[in-house]
Design a protein. Structure first.
Length: 145
């Protein structure tokens, strides 16, 4: 699977741990930065991840910032993106199964490395259920046009 990653300075360390984990699992990873804990603006990195997914260059994207909210807002500004802020495994499962989320936003403040790995595992392994959820996703797509 091709996965794009992006983080600001507050999400850098967790992003690096997630990147190593994804590579260990055999995924292809594109890291859009940031590459240090030096202060940066999260939109610069969130947009790159979301655009990569929207263009089909990546299957999924994962973003990390302090609360996860900033990156989630940024990613959802990009047409075709359904980003979900997930703080636990159940949120990750439902975001994929019901919302067909294609970007995962994580919080470095509220999510530990171990929990992040569990969230990523669930999120990547859960399929969109379709069914009663598909017309709702179609409404979102229709509004974007």
């Amino acid at each position: 699977m091709k996965i794009s990653l992006g983080a600001d300075h507050k999400g850098f360390e967790l992003k690096e741990k997630i990147k190593r984990y994804l590579l260990e699992l055999g995924h292809q990873v594109t890291d859009f930065g940031t590459h240090s804990t030096e202060s940066v603006d999260y939109p610069d990195f969130g947009f790159k991840v979301a655009e990569s997914v929207a263009k089909g260059e990546s299957d999924f994207g994962i973003t990390v910032c302090w609360t996860g909210n900033g990156m989630n807002i940024v990613a959802n500004k990009v047409k075709g993106i359904r980003s979900a802020l997930c703080l636990n495994e159940e949120m990750a499962s439902l975001a994929r199964a019901h919302n067909n989320a294609n970007v995962l936003a994580l919080s470095s403040k509220f999510v530990s490395e171990e929990l992040a790995k569990k969230i990523v595992d669930v999120w990547l392994s859960t399929e969109f259920e379709g069914g009663r959820h598909k017309p709702r996703i179609d409404k979102i797509k229709g509004y974007e046009k």
